[in-house]
Design a protein around this ligand. Structure first.
Ligand code: NOJ
Length: 492
Protein backbone atom coordinates (compact mmCIF):
# COMPACT_ATOMS: atom_id res chain seq x y z
CA UNK A 1 0.00 0.00 0.00
CA UNK A 2 2.80 2.39 -0.85
CA UNK A 3 1.83 5.83 -2.06
CA UNK A 4 1.20 9.22 -0.58
CA UNK A 5 1.88 9.05 3.13
CA UNK A 6 1.97 5.26 3.04
CA UNK A 7 1.95 5.05 6.84
CA UNK A 8 -1.61 6.40 7.08
CA UNK A 9 -3.00 3.04 6.05
CA UNK A 10 -0.04 0.69 6.42
CA UNK A 11 -0.05 -2.71 8.06
CA UNK A 12 3.18 -2.94 10.02
CA UNK A 13 4.50 -6.31 11.14
CA UNK A 14 6.43 -6.40 14.41
CA UNK A 15 9.50 -8.62 14.44
CA UNK A 16 10.96 -9.50 17.83
CA UNK A 17 14.42 -10.41 16.52
CA UNK A 18 15.36 -12.96 19.21
CA UNK A 19 12.36 -15.08 18.34
CA UNK A 20 11.75 -14.68 14.61
CA UNK A 21 14.32 -16.82 12.79
CA UNK A 22 17.85 -17.96 13.64
CA UNK A 23 20.43 -18.30 10.88
CA UNK A 24 23.58 -19.34 12.76
CA UNK A 25 22.30 -22.14 14.95
CA UNK A 26 22.80 -20.56 18.39
CA UNK A 27 19.08 -20.78 19.16
CA UNK A 28 18.58 -17.00 19.12
CA UNK A 29 17.02 -15.24 16.15
CA UNK A 30 19.20 -12.82 14.18
CA UNK A 31 19.22 -10.29 11.33
CA UNK A 32 20.23 -12.73 8.56
CA UNK A 33 17.39 -14.96 9.80
CA UNK A 34 14.98 -12.06 9.32
CA UNK A 35 16.41 -11.23 5.90
CA UNK A 36 15.80 -14.79 4.76
CA UNK A 37 12.13 -14.48 5.70
CA UNK A 38 11.34 -11.06 4.24
CA UNK A 39 9.88 -12.70 1.14
CA UNK A 40 7.47 -14.53 3.48
CA UNK A 41 6.36 -11.18 4.95
CA UNK A 42 5.99 -9.57 1.53
CA UNK A 43 3.88 -12.52 0.41
CA UNK A 44 1.79 -12.22 3.58
CA UNK A 45 0.93 -8.75 2.35
CA UNK A 46 2.21 -6.39 5.05
CA UNK A 47 3.66 -3.01 4.07
CA UNK A 48 6.41 -2.58 6.61
CA UNK A 49 8.42 -4.34 9.28
CA UNK A 50 9.14 -2.88 12.71
CA UNK A 51 12.22 -4.44 14.27
CA UNK A 52 12.37 -4.51 18.07
CA UNK A 53 15.90 -3.58 19.28
CA UNK A 54 18.89 -5.43 17.84
CA UNK A 55 21.54 -3.03 19.19
CA UNK A 56 24.47 -3.89 21.43
CA UNK A 57 22.97 -4.85 24.75
CA UNK A 58 23.59 -7.04 27.78
CA UNK A 59 19.97 -8.23 27.20
CA UNK A 60 18.74 -7.57 30.71
CA UNK A 61 15.44 -6.54 29.08
CA UNK A 62 15.62 -8.37 25.77
CA UNK A 63 17.55 -5.55 24.11
CA UNK A 64 15.48 -2.63 25.48
CA UNK A 65 18.63 -1.95 27.50
CA UNK A 66 20.93 -0.45 24.88
CA UNK A 67 24.69 -0.18 25.38
CA UNK A 68 25.46 1.14 21.86
CA UNK A 69 22.67 2.62 19.76
CA UNK A 70 24.71 2.61 16.57
CA UNK A 71 25.86 -0.97 16.43
CA UNK A 72 24.31 -4.41 16.12
CA UNK A 73 24.69 -6.85 19.00
CA UNK A 74 26.88 -9.78 17.91
CA UNK A 75 24.08 -12.18 18.80
CA UNK A 76 22.01 -10.55 16.04
CA UNK A 77 24.81 -10.03 13.50
CA UNK A 78 26.60 -6.95 12.19
CA UNK A 79 25.85 -3.57 10.64
CA UNK A 80 26.60 -5.17 7.26
CA UNK A 81 23.84 -7.71 8.04
CA UNK A 82 21.51 -4.81 8.76
CA UNK A 83 22.36 -3.19 5.42
CA UNK A 84 21.68 -6.47 3.66
CA UNK A 85 18.34 -6.74 5.47
CA UNK A 86 17.39 -3.25 4.33
CA UNK A 87 18.46 -3.95 0.73
CA UNK A 88 16.40 -7.16 0.65
CA UNK A 89 13.42 -5.31 2.14
CA UNK A 90 13.65 -2.84 -0.73
CA UNK A 91 13.80 -5.70 -3.23
CA UNK A 92 10.61 -7.30 -1.92
CA UNK A 93 8.88 -3.93 -1.40
CA UNK A 94 8.85 -3.62 2.38
CA UNK A 95 9.57 -0.56 4.51
CA UNK A 96 11.68 -0.96 7.66
CA UNK A 97 11.15 0.78 10.99
CA UNK A 98 13.62 0.47 13.84
CA UNK A 99 13.04 0.79 17.57
CA UNK A 100 14.56 3.73 19.39
CA UNK A 101 14.90 3.59 23.19
CA UNK A 102 15.41 7.15 24.44
CA UNK A 103 14.05 6.99 27.99
CA UNK A 104 16.95 4.94 29.34
CA UNK A 105 20.20 3.31 28.32
CA UNK A 106 21.75 0.12 29.61
CA UNK A 107 23.94 0.47 32.69
CA UNK A 108 26.66 -0.90 30.34
CA UNK A 109 26.36 2.19 28.13
CA UNK A 110 29.70 4.10 28.12
CA UNK A 111 28.04 7.19 29.67
CA UNK A 112 26.88 5.24 32.71
CA UNK A 113 30.13 3.33 32.88
CA UNK A 114 32.07 6.60 32.85
CA UNK A 115 29.85 7.99 35.61
CA UNK A 116 28.64 10.90 33.48
CA UNK A 117 25.97 11.55 36.04
CA UNK A 118 24.53 14.73 34.59
CA UNK A 119 23.26 12.61 31.69
CA UNK A 120 21.17 10.47 34.04
CA UNK A 121 18.84 11.22 36.92
CA UNK A 122 20.86 11.01 40.11
CA UNK A 123 19.63 12.28 43.44
CA UNK A 124 20.35 12.02 47.13
CA UNK A 125 17.88 10.33 49.40
CA UNK A 126 17.56 10.88 53.13
CA UNK A 127 17.88 8.46 56.01
CA UNK A 128 18.71 5.64 53.64
CA UNK A 129 15.43 6.22 51.86
CA UNK A 130 15.13 6.74 48.06
CA UNK A 131 14.52 10.31 46.84
CA UNK A 132 10.80 9.70 46.25
CA UNK A 133 8.09 7.04 46.15
CA UNK A 134 8.33 6.15 42.45
CA UNK A 135 8.02 2.45 41.70
CA UNK A 136 9.69 0.61 38.85
CA UNK A 137 7.26 -0.71 36.24
CA UNK A 138 8.97 -4.06 36.75
CA UNK A 139 8.34 -3.99 40.51
CA UNK A 140 10.18 -2.55 43.51
CA UNK A 141 11.50 0.99 43.95
CA UNK A 142 12.50 2.95 40.82
CA UNK A 143 15.74 3.96 42.55
CA UNK A 144 18.97 2.08 43.11
CA UNK A 145 21.77 3.26 45.38
CA UNK A 146 25.35 3.42 44.17
CA UNK A 147 28.38 2.73 46.34
CA UNK A 148 28.84 6.44 47.13
CA UNK A 149 25.34 6.65 48.62
CA UNK A 150 23.56 8.51 45.80
CA UNK A 151 20.57 7.09 43.97
CA UNK A 152 19.81 6.76 40.26
CA UNK A 153 16.39 6.51 38.68
CA UNK A 154 15.27 3.55 36.61
CA UNK A 155 11.59 3.36 35.71
CA UNK A 156 12.32 -0.17 34.52
CA UNK A 157 15.16 -2.52 35.55
CA UNK A 158 18.17 -1.25 37.57
CA UNK A 159 20.10 -2.16 34.40
CA UNK A 160 18.14 0.59 32.56
CA UNK A 161 19.06 3.97 34.11
CA UNK A 162 16.77 6.82 32.98
CA UNK A 163 18.39 9.54 30.91
CA UNK A 164 18.25 13.22 31.85
CA UNK A 165 16.52 14.83 28.86
CA UNK A 166 17.00 18.29 30.37
CA UNK A 167 20.68 17.91 29.47
CA UNK A 168 21.30 19.19 25.89
CA UNK A 169 24.05 16.60 25.41
CA UNK A 170 21.42 13.88 25.65
CA UNK A 171 19.29 15.63 23.03
CA UNK A 172 22.28 16.07 20.70
CA UNK A 173 23.25 12.44 21.09
CA UNK A 174 19.80 11.23 20.10
CA UNK A 175 19.71 13.58 17.12
CA UNK A 176 22.92 11.89 16.00
CA UNK A 177 21.44 8.43 16.61
CA UNK A 178 18.32 9.26 14.56
CA UNK A 179 20.54 10.58 11.76
CA UNK A 180 22.72 7.47 11.89
CA UNK A 181 19.73 5.22 11.08
CA UNK A 182 18.04 7.66 8.71
CA UNK A 183 21.28 7.94 6.75
CA UNK A 184 21.37 4.14 6.52
CA UNK A 185 17.93 4.33 4.95
CA UNK A 186 15.36 3.30 7.56
CA UNK A 187 11.77 4.39 6.98
CA UNK A 188 11.09 5.37 10.54
CA UNK A 189 11.19 4.75 14.26
CA UNK A 190 9.09 3.14 16.93
CA UNK A 191 9.71 5.20 20.07
CA UNK A 192 9.92 3.28 23.32
CA UNK A 193 8.18 4.83 26.38
CA UNK A 194 7.66 7.97 24.31
CA UNK A 195 5.83 9.75 27.14
CA UNK A 196 8.50 9.11 29.75
CA UNK A 197 11.55 11.15 28.89
CA UNK A 198 10.79 14.25 30.94
CA UNK A 199 10.28 13.98 34.68
CA UNK A 200 8.49 16.67 36.71
CA UNK A 201 10.85 19.30 38.16
CA UNK A 202 11.75 18.54 41.74
CA UNK A 203 10.93 14.83 41.30
CA UNK A 204 7.77 15.00 43.46
CA UNK A 205 6.21 11.90 44.98
CA UNK A 206 3.77 10.15 42.66
CA UNK A 207 1.35 9.60 45.54
CA UNK A 208 -0.94 12.61 45.57
CA UNK A 209 -0.33 13.72 41.98
CA UNK A 210 -3.19 13.61 39.50
CA UNK A 211 -0.89 12.75 36.63
CA UNK A 212 2.19 10.58 37.17
CA UNK A 213 5.18 12.93 37.54
CA UNK A 214 7.29 10.73 35.27
CA UNK A 215 4.88 10.33 32.34
CA UNK A 216 3.30 12.70 29.83
CA UNK A 217 4.97 15.91 31.00
CA UNK A 218 4.43 18.93 28.79
CA UNK A 219 8.09 19.42 27.79
CA UNK A 220 8.25 15.98 26.20
CA UNK A 221 6.39 17.51 23.24
CA UNK A 222 9.30 19.88 22.56
CA UNK A 223 11.48 16.84 21.92
CA UNK A 224 9.07 15.49 19.32
CA UNK A 225 8.64 18.83 17.57
CA UNK A 226 12.38 18.95 17.16
CA UNK A 227 12.59 15.28 16.06
CA UNK A 228 9.87 15.90 13.49
CA UNK A 229 11.89 18.73 11.95
CA UNK A 230 14.93 16.49 11.79
CA UNK A 231 12.99 13.60 10.24
CA UNK A 232 11.21 15.85 7.74
CA UNK A 233 14.59 17.12 6.54
CA UNK A 234 15.13 13.66 4.99
CA UNK A 235 13.82 12.65 1.60
CA UNK A 236 11.08 10.07 1.44
CA UNK A 237 8.15 9.51 3.74
CA UNK A 238 9.79 8.57 7.02
CA UNK A 239 7.50 8.00 9.98
CA UNK A 240 7.40 7.60 13.74
CA UNK A 241 5.13 5.66 16.05
CA UNK A 242 4.96 6.42 19.74
CA UNK A 243 4.54 4.03 22.60
CA UNK A 244 2.41 6.06 25.01
CA UNK A 245 0.60 3.96 27.60
CA UNK A 246 -1.48 4.66 30.73
CA UNK A 247 -3.13 7.57 28.96
CA UNK A 248 -6.45 8.67 27.45
CA UNK A 249 -7.04 8.81 23.67
CA UNK A 250 -7.07 12.64 23.88
CA UNK A 251 -3.71 12.80 25.67
CA UNK A 252 -2.22 10.27 23.24
CA UNK A 253 -3.52 12.29 20.27
CA UNK A 254 -1.38 15.24 21.38
CA UNK A 255 1.70 13.21 20.35
CA UNK A 256 0.44 12.89 16.78
CA UNK A 257 -0.58 16.47 16.16
CA UNK A 258 0.81 17.88 12.89
CA UNK A 259 4.24 19.03 14.03
CA UNK A 260 5.03 16.00 16.24
CA UNK A 261 4.86 12.27 15.58
CA UNK A 262 2.93 10.36 12.93
CA UNK A 263 1.25 7.56 14.86
CA UNK A 264 0.76 6.25 18.38
CA UNK A 265 -0.17 2.73 19.43
CA UNK A 266 -3.74 2.12 20.45
CA UNK A 267 -3.32 0.32 23.77
CA UNK A 268 -7.01 0.72 24.62
CA UNK A 269 -7.83 -1.47 21.63
CA UNK A 270 -5.10 -3.96 22.53
CA UNK A 271 -6.35 -4.23 26.10
CA UNK A 272 -10.05 -4.47 25.26
CA UNK A 273 -11.91 -7.64 26.17
CA UNK A 274 -13.94 -9.45 23.50
CA UNK A 275 -16.94 -7.29 24.32
CA UNK A 276 -18.95 -5.43 21.69
CA UNK A 277 -19.85 -2.43 23.87
CA UNK A 278 -16.28 -1.89 25.00
CA UNK A 279 -14.87 -2.28 21.49
CA UNK A 280 -17.44 0.09 20.03
CA UNK A 281 -16.65 2.74 22.61
CA UNK A 282 -12.91 2.42 21.99
CA UNK A 283 -13.36 2.62 18.22
CA UNK A 284 -15.46 5.77 18.63
CA UNK A 285 -13.05 7.42 21.06
CA UNK A 286 -10.05 6.53 18.92
CA UNK A 287 -11.51 7.89 15.71
CA UNK A 288 -12.72 11.06 17.42
CA UNK A 289 -9.36 11.74 19.08
CA UNK A 290 -7.23 11.32 15.95
CA UNK A 291 -9.69 13.18 13.72
CA UNK A 292 -9.14 16.32 15.74
CA UNK A 293 -5.41 16.28 14.97
CA UNK A 294 -5.50 14.84 11.44
CA UNK A 295 -3.57 11.67 12.30
CA UNK A 296 -4.52 8.13 11.26
CA UNK A 297 -6.04 5.76 13.79
CA UNK A 298 -3.95 2.72 14.64
CA UNK A 299 -5.08 -0.72 15.78
CA UNK A 300 -3.17 -3.51 17.46
CA UNK A 301 -4.12 -6.79 19.10
CA UNK A 302 -0.81 -8.14 20.43
CA UNK A 303 2.83 -7.24 20.95
CA UNK A 304 5.92 -8.51 22.74
CA UNK A 305 4.74 -7.10 26.10
CA UNK A 306 1.19 -8.46 26.33
CA UNK A 307 -0.45 -11.84 26.59
CA UNK A 308 -1.25 -13.07 23.08
CA UNK A 309 -4.86 -12.38 22.11
CA UNK A 310 -5.81 -15.98 21.24
CA UNK A 311 -5.29 -16.65 24.95
CA UNK A 312 -6.80 -13.35 26.15
CA UNK A 313 -9.96 -14.08 24.19
CA UNK A 314 -10.50 -17.44 25.88
CA UNK A 315 -7.79 -19.74 24.52
CA UNK A 316 -8.30 -23.03 22.68
CA UNK A 317 -10.74 -23.16 19.78
CA UNK A 318 -12.84 -20.33 21.22
CA UNK A 319 -9.82 -18.04 21.47
CA UNK A 320 -8.72 -18.95 17.98
CA UNK A 321 -12.15 -18.34 16.49
CA UNK A 322 -12.38 -14.95 18.21
CA UNK A 323 -8.85 -14.07 17.15
CA UNK A 324 -9.86 -14.74 13.53
CA UNK A 325 -12.89 -12.49 13.94
CA UNK A 326 -10.76 -9.85 15.70
CA UNK A 327 -8.25 -9.86 12.83
CA UNK A 328 -10.94 -9.01 10.28
CA UNK A 329 -12.43 -6.43 12.63
CA UNK A 330 -9.04 -4.75 13.08
CA UNK A 331 -8.01 -4.94 9.42
CA UNK A 332 -11.41 -3.63 8.32
CA UNK A 333 -11.07 -0.41 10.31
CA UNK A 334 -9.71 2.75 8.68
CA UNK A 335 -6.13 3.69 9.48
CA UNK A 336 -3.06 1.63 10.14
CA UNK A 337 -2.67 -1.74 11.88
CA UNK A 338 0.12 -3.55 13.69
CA UNK A 339 0.52 -7.33 13.49
CA UNK A 340 2.77 -9.04 16.04
CA UNK A 341 4.85 -11.93 14.74
CA UNK A 342 3.03 -15.22 15.15
CA UNK A 343 -0.48 -13.79 15.39
CA UNK A 344 -0.86 -14.68 11.72
CA UNK A 345 -0.26 -18.29 12.83
CA UNK A 346 -2.82 -18.04 15.66
CA UNK A 347 -0.15 -18.71 18.28
CA UNK A 348 -1.42 -18.74 21.86
CA UNK A 349 0.52 -17.49 24.87
CA UNK A 350 2.82 -20.21 26.23
CA UNK A 351 1.76 -20.30 29.87
CA UNK A 352 3.72 -23.32 31.09
CA UNK A 353 7.34 -22.33 30.46
CA UNK A 354 9.60 -23.86 33.11
CA UNK A 355 10.72 -21.30 35.71
CA UNK A 356 14.39 -21.80 34.92
CA UNK A 357 14.05 -20.61 31.31
CA UNK A 358 12.12 -17.44 32.07
CA UNK A 359 14.26 -14.41 31.28
CA UNK A 360 11.91 -11.42 31.62
CA UNK A 361 12.90 -8.92 34.34
CA UNK A 362 9.20 -8.70 35.23
CA UNK A 363 9.37 -12.33 36.32
CA UNK A 364 12.74 -11.92 38.01
CA UNK A 365 11.95 -8.68 39.87
CA UNK A 366 8.53 -9.80 41.05
CA UNK A 367 10.14 -12.87 42.59
CA UNK A 368 8.07 -15.04 40.27
CA UNK A 369 4.74 -13.50 41.32
CA UNK A 370 4.23 -12.26 37.77
CA UNK A 371 4.77 -14.68 34.92
CA UNK A 372 6.16 -11.86 32.80
CA UNK A 373 6.29 -11.64 29.04
CA UNK A 374 8.31 -14.66 27.94
CA UNK A 375 5.14 -16.54 26.98
CA UNK A 376 4.49 -14.23 24.02
CA UNK A 377 8.14 -14.29 22.96
CA UNK A 378 8.51 -18.00 22.24
CA UNK A 379 10.22 -18.45 18.84
CA UNK A 380 8.14 -18.90 15.71
CA UNK A 381 7.45 -22.36 14.27
CA UNK A 382 8.34 -22.42 10.57
CA UNK A 383 8.22 -26.06 9.49
CA UNK A 384 8.62 -29.68 10.49
CA UNK A 385 7.15 -31.95 13.15
CA UNK A 386 9.30 -31.27 16.19
CA UNK A 387 10.75 -28.28 18.05
CA UNK A 388 12.38 -25.98 17.11
CA UNK A 389 10.28 -26.31 13.93
CA UNK A 390 12.86 -24.87 11.55
CA UNK A 391 13.47 -21.84 13.80
CA UNK A 392 17.16 -22.65 14.10
CA UNK A 393 19.55 -24.82 12.07
CA UNK A 394 21.21 -25.66 15.40
CA UNK A 395 18.12 -27.53 16.54
CA UNK A 396 17.58 -25.36 19.61
CA UNK A 397 15.60 -22.31 20.67
CA UNK A 398 16.25 -19.87 23.52
CA UNK A 399 12.78 -20.61 24.87
CA UNK A 400 11.24 -24.08 24.52
CA UNK A 401 8.48 -24.41 21.93
CA UNK A 402 5.32 -26.48 22.55
CA UNK A 403 5.22 -29.80 20.65
CA UNK A 404 1.65 -29.11 19.55
CA UNK A 405 2.89 -26.20 17.46
CA UNK A 406 3.59 -28.83 14.77
CA UNK A 407 0.10 -28.02 13.53
CA UNK A 408 0.75 -24.26 13.64
CA UNK A 409 3.92 -24.05 11.54
CA UNK A 410 4.03 -21.78 8.51
CA UNK A 411 4.57 -24.82 6.28
CA UNK A 412 1.54 -26.67 7.69
CA UNK A 413 -0.72 -23.62 7.47
CA UNK A 414 0.31 -22.79 3.93
CA UNK A 415 -1.28 -26.05 2.77
CA UNK A 416 -4.58 -25.39 4.53
CA UNK A 417 -6.82 -22.86 2.75
CA UNK A 418 -8.76 -22.25 5.98
CA UNK A 419 -5.73 -21.66 8.20
CA UNK A 420 -5.16 -18.48 10.19
CA UNK A 421 -2.15 -17.79 7.95
CA UNK A 422 -4.30 -17.88 4.84
CA UNK A 423 -6.97 -15.75 6.51
CA UNK A 424 -4.39 -13.03 7.24
CA UNK A 425 -2.93 -13.38 3.78
CA UNK A 426 -6.32 -13.03 2.08
CA UNK A 427 -7.30 -10.12 4.30
CA UNK A 428 -4.04 -8.27 3.74
CA UNK A 429 -4.30 -8.72 -0.02
CA UNK A 430 -7.95 -7.58 -0.13
CA UNK A 431 -7.42 -4.66 2.23
CA UNK A 432 -7.17 -1.15 0.71
CA UNK A 433 -6.66 2.23 2.35
CA UNK A 434 -9.84 3.52 3.93
CA UNK A 435 -10.54 6.79 5.68
CA UNK A 436 -14.33 6.88 5.84
CA UNK A 437 -16.24 5.25 8.66
CA UNK A 438 -19.89 5.02 9.65
CA UNK A 439 -21.71 2.67 12.00
CA UNK A 440 -24.66 0.83 10.47
CA UNK A 441 -27.69 -0.45 12.39
CA UNK A 442 -27.13 -3.94 13.81
CA UNK A 443 -28.68 -6.29 16.38
CA UNK A 444 -27.41 -6.24 19.97
CA UNK A 445 -23.87 -7.54 20.32
CA UNK A 446 -23.06 -6.99 16.64
CA UNK A 447 -20.62 -4.36 15.39
CA UNK A 448 -21.43 -3.23 11.87
CA UNK A 449 -19.69 -0.39 10.08
CA UNK A 450 -19.05 0.74 6.56
CA UNK A 451 -15.92 2.19 5.00
CA UNK A 452 -15.44 3.11 1.34
CA UNK A 453 -14.18 -0.47 0.89
CA UNK A 454 -16.31 -2.85 2.91
CA UNK A 455 -19.34 -3.34 5.07
CA UNK A 456 -17.73 -5.01 8.07
CA UNK A 457 -19.93 -7.03 10.41
CA UNK A 458 -18.53 -8.63 13.55
CA UNK A 459 -20.94 -10.83 15.46
CA UNK A 460 -20.00 -10.83 19.13
CA UNK A 461 -23.50 -11.88 20.22
CA UNK A 462 -24.17 -15.48 21.19
CA UNK A 463 -26.50 -16.16 18.24
CA UNK A 464 -26.38 -16.11 14.45
CA UNK A 465 -27.58 -12.95 12.72
CA UNK A 466 -28.76 -12.41 9.11
CA UNK A 467 -26.00 -11.54 6.66
CA UNK A 468 -26.87 -8.86 4.12
CA UNK A 469 -24.87 -9.89 1.07
CA UNK A 470 -22.16 -12.28 -0.04
CA UNK A 471 -18.90 -11.75 1.83
CA UNK A 472 -15.61 -11.23 0.04
CA UNK A 473 -14.06 -12.73 3.16
CA UNK A 474 -15.29 -14.20 6.44
CA UNK A 475 -13.39 -15.36 9.49
CA UNK A 476 -15.44 -18.60 9.78
CA UNK A 477 -17.81 -20.35 7.35
CA UNK A 478 -21.05 -18.43 6.77
CA UNK A 479 -24.39 -19.15 5.10
CA UNK A 480 -27.04 -16.48 4.76
CA UNK A 481 -26.34 -16.02 8.44
CA UNK A 482 -23.29 -14.79 10.29
CA UNK A 483 -22.52 -17.19 13.15
CA UNK A 484 -21.29 -16.01 16.58
CA UNK A 485 -17.66 -14.89 16.91
CA UNK A 486 -17.38 -14.29 13.18
CA UNK A 487 -16.56 -11.21 11.11
CA UNK A 488 -17.42 -10.78 7.44
CA UNK A 489 -16.33 -8.22 4.84
CA UNK A 490 -18.90 -7.40 2.16
CA UNK A 491 -17.72 -5.11 -0.66
CA UNK A 492 -19.41 -1.73 -0.76
C1 NOJ B 1 8.46 -0.93 26.37
C2 NOJ B 1 8.97 -2.13 25.65
O1 NOJ B 1 8.02 -2.51 24.70
C3 NOJ B 1 9.23 -3.17 26.69
O2 NOJ B 1 9.51 -4.42 26.12
C4 NOJ B 1 10.35 -2.70 27.57
O3 NOJ B 1 10.52 -3.61 28.63
C5 NOJ B 1 10.07 -1.32 28.15
N1 NOJ B 1 9.51 -0.41 27.21
C6 NOJ B 1 11.34 -0.70 28.66
O4 NOJ B 1 12.17 -0.35 27.59
Amino acid sequence: MAGVEWWRSAVIYQVYPRSFADSDGDGVGDLPGITAKLAYLADLGVDAVWLSPFYRSPMVDGGYDVADYCDVDPVFGTLADFDRLLAEARTVGLKVIVDIVPNHTSDRHPWFQQSLRDRYIFSTGSDDRPPNDWQSLFGGPAWTRTTDGSWYLHLFDPGQPDLNWRNPQVRDEFDAILRFWLDRGVDGFRIDVAHGMIKAEGLPDAGGEQRLPYFDQEEVHDIYRSWRKLIDSYLGERMTVAEVFDSTPERVARYVAGDELHQAFNFDFLEAPWDPAVLRKIIDETLAAVKDVGAPATWVLSNHDRRRHVTRFGGGLVGLRRARAAALLMLGLPGSAYVYQGEELGLPEVLDLPDEVRADPQWVRSGGRELGRDGCRVPLPWEGDAPPFGFSPGGRAWLPMPREWAARTVAAQREDPDSMLNLYRKALHLRRPATEFAWRPAPDGVLCFETERFLVTANLSGSPVPLLGVPALASSPVTDELPPDTTAWIRT
